[in-house]
Design a protein around this ligand. Structure first.
Ligand SMILES: [Zn+2]
Length: 221
């Protein structure tokens, strides 16, 4: 089971080193194998951006920016190196309970992969156990693992649902995600900023629309 989880959510333990390249041959876009090298490469890239948007990368306010951004990426994109097996370890419990378990209002921050700008909001999760439940604190950690990557909201929603399905083998899983996207909020002239809603249902939640409605009603409370 745990191997499937790794495959399922694209866990890469430093697969900087495994030759995941993107076809460019100038050397600068290849991932580097070492963490310090990777940080230096990001800093160089940020300096390049600064110089090419009309800034002076050496002025006082910007001189530390490449370093700050590189360190920040380490944190906000930490989901690539989070080990999903460790994450759920020792947190599965046998129970006899087959009503929905609902965890609402999980705050998340992610980065849109199209613009590398934040999107953020709340995730709401329900599952109907078969014979196992997961420790309450682990559900937000699962959300965080997928949020701290370059994402699209639709894929993040599905990945969260599939991971819970894989780990717990429940009778059903429902995930609803609300997101405000900076790339649409900052650009254009419109002053209303609709939140995007995505959902992904598995098992009973896909088959049974009353169950689905019950979950949606719970979210409005
Ligand atoms: Zn975007």
């Amino acid at each position: 089971m745990l191997d499937t989880i790794k495959e399922l959510n694209g866990f890469h333990k430093h697969d900087h080193a495994n030759g995941r390249t993107n076809g460019h041959s100038n050397g600068t876009t290849h991932p580097t194998s070492d963490k310090a090298d990777a940080k230096a490469a990001i800093e160089t890239a940020v300096r390049t951006i600064l110089a090419n948007v009309g800034e002076d990368p050496d002025r006082e306010g910007l001189v530390g920016t490449p370093d700050r951004i590189a360190r920040m990426y380490d944190e906000i994109l930490a989901g690539y190196t989070t080990d999903p097996v460790k994450l759920v370890n020792n947190a599965l419990f046998d129970v006899e309970y087959d009503d929905p378990v609902i965890v609402k209002e999980i705050e998340y921050f992610s980065m849109c992969e199209h613009h590398m700008l934040p999107f953020f909001g709340r995730a709401h999760i329900a599952y109907i156990p078969s014979d196992k439940v997961i420790g309450l604190s682990k559900i937000p950690r699962i959300v965080e693992m997928f949020a701290r990557r370059l994402q699209v909201q639709e894929r993040m929603t599905r990945q969260i649902a599939e991971m819970i399905d894989e780990v717990l083998q429940p009778q059903g899983v429902a995930v609803v995600v609300e997101g405000s996207h900076m790339c649409s909020m900052m650009r254009g002239v419109k002053k209303e900023h609709p939140r995007m809603m995505t959902s992904y249902m598995i098992g009973k939640y896909r088959e049974d629309k009353d169950l689905r409605r019950e979950f949606m009603d719970q979210l409005r409370k």
